[in-house]
Ligand binder design. Structure first.
Ligand code: NAP
Length: 470
């Protein structure tokens, strides 16, 4: 595929291959942008600012709706590309497209609800006879930098609210899985004036700083790993930033929980897209009275999962994104085993596949759980009681989502209040998100919130206008 700059398709002499993690075949190639091309994209977005600001909110609403219709028409085609470039099982890719369509509808709706407010300015000394109100105005140019794991929906979570708030955008998708995000950007661009939607491709290490440091970019909206997020925060100067970073989400199962329900949710949460999900269940913390029963049931359910070709509709577990990711998971599992953990089921590797794996006797200081492990692992940590479970849950520099299983309302409330994370779900695993909810972590898991209404707020500046009426 090519880049899109000022509504023109741009290619370069240098390109990189996009590989299918299932069989390492080449799906397509993308151009490698250099400094000049990246600056061209910034110039295009800057020059188009006026053309989107001129559109009425009503027109933006219709444009986003029309783009949504086009996305819906292309749902199967784009889902197939997600599966080819990421190895995500096709049922997951189709679900991602369903969510993406809904996210775009949320954004279209939100474009009509960008309100300022009247300010009671006479409450302040000297404010007599002044009336004032605020307006929410666009920031200007937004650079959206996205990861490989939800290449369409995470791009929509940035591009759609930016457009709803009348900003221009540049998408820099992951080099591992850029194609479906580029397809989405092309669809959006079809419904907006030239230069409003642009894309650049190439290594983040080489072109990231050009976007992040440039004064004509007014906001960086980034989703990805903590090290890259910290690098962006350190280099973005006075720009607004939103950082949606990694997670190490706990799911606590207390002794009075519905064990079947908890097991079902943990299976989905730990193994979804082979565990390559920011809000995946990364630590399963179980009260000791029920740990044997819980572990046994989790092993049984894990054995039922079908590992195989991600293009087959009955596949549950596809490959990881690349072999480096498999080795990362394997190293952490081996280290945990050497420190006393037990592989109960799984632990098998073939090419880019890592089998869904239950690991018991896990201790908090093992890298498998002290750091984010992006693989299909359900590591079980034993807790003495609810206080111990909460302490384990909070013993991390991450704080994205959390889940708690209990039938005791007091324990539920205690956990909900005590766990330090952006969301806590009772009787649901951490791996839950609807695209309208405020989403974003505490601690090193991020800065700012997405979820369309919240992202739109962050894509605006507030201007106050006052009148002396005396
Ligand atoms: P990543 O390696 O940080 O890459 C994310 C994006 O940043 C890619 O487009 C990458 O480009 C770009 N990038 C790399 N270096 C850069 C630099 N110096 N400046 C600017 N951009 C740069 O993350 P990933 O491996 O793709 O994604 C996995 C991570 O994302 C996990 O930690 C996961 O938890 C997190 N995540 C968080 C959320 C959330 O909402 N909180 C959602 C999904 C994923 P290249 O691909 O060209 O290197």
């Amino acid at each position: 595929m090519e880049m899109l700059i000022n509504s023109k398709h741009i290619s370069t002499d240098k390109s990189m291959d996009v590989l299918n993690p299932y069989d390492n075949s080449i799906v397509d190639t993308i151009p490698i942008a250099d400094k000049k091309i990246t600056l061209d994209a910034i110039k295009s977005a800057k020059n188009a600012k006026e053309s989107i600001v001129k559109l009425t909110s009503r027109q933006i609403y219709y444009n986003l709706n029309d783009a949504c219709d086009e996305l819906r028409e292309n749902k199967k085609k784009i889902a197939k590309v997600i599966t080819q470039e990421t190895g995500k099982p096709i049922k997951g890719s189709l679900y991602e497209l369903d969510r993406s369509i809904e996210t775009l509808i949320f954004a279209a709706e939100e474009s009509k609800r960008i309100y300022g407010e009247s300010v009671p300015i006479d409450a302040g000394l000297g404010g007599e006879n002044v009336i004032a109100f605020t307006k929410k105005i666009p920031l200007g140019c937004v650079a959206a930098i996205t990861p490989f794991n939800y290449p369409v929906n995470l791009a929509i979570h940035k591009l759609a609210p930016a457009l709803a708030a009348k900003n221009t955008v540049i998408l820099k998708p992951s080099s591992e899985a850029p194609l479906s995000g580029l397809m989405l950007a092309e669809i959006l661009a079809n419904h907006f004036p030239n230069g409003v939607v642009n894309t650049v491709t190439g290594s983040g290490e080489n072109i990231g700083d050009i976007l992040v440091k440039n004064d004509d970019i007014n906001k960086i909206s980034f989703t990805g790993s903590i090290p890259t997020g910290i690098h962006i925060a350190n280099n973005s100067g006075m720009k607004k930033i939103t950082l949606e970073l990694g997670g190490n989400d706990p799911t606590i199962v207390l002794k009075d929980a519905d064990i079947e329900k908890a097991v079902k949710e943990v299976v989905n949460g730990a193994y979804l897209f082979s565990g390559q999900v920011c809000m995946g269940v990364k630590r399963v913390i179980v009260e000791h009275e029920i740990i044997d029963e819980f572990t046994q049931k989790l092993i049984e359910e894990t054995r039922k999962l079908k590992v195989g070709n991600p293009s087959s509709t009955d596949t549950d577990i596809g490959p990881l994104i690349n072999n480096k990711a498999v080795q990362n998971v394997n190293n952490k599992v081996e280290e945990a085993v050497s420190m006393g953990a037990t592989i109960e089921v799984g632990g098998k590797i073939r090419n880019n596949f890592y089998w869904p794996t239950v690991i018991s006797n896990v201790q908090e200081d093992m890298k498998l759980v002290s750091d984010e492990t992006f693989g299909p692992i359900a590591p079980i940590i034993e807790a003495k009681d609810i206080n111990h479970a909460i302490a384990i849950a909070n013993n991390t520099h991450y704080g994205l989502n959390a889940g708690v299983f209990t039938n005791n309302i007091n324990d539920a409330i205690k956990c909900a209040n005590a766990i330090e994370s952006g969301s806590v779900f009772i009787n649901k695993a951490s791996t839950f998100r609807t695209d309208n909810m405020p989403f974003g972590g505490f601690k090193n898991s991020g800065v700012g919130k997405e979820g369309i209404k919240y992202a739109v707020e962050d894509m605006c500046r507030t201007k106050l206008i006052g009148f002396n009426i005396k």
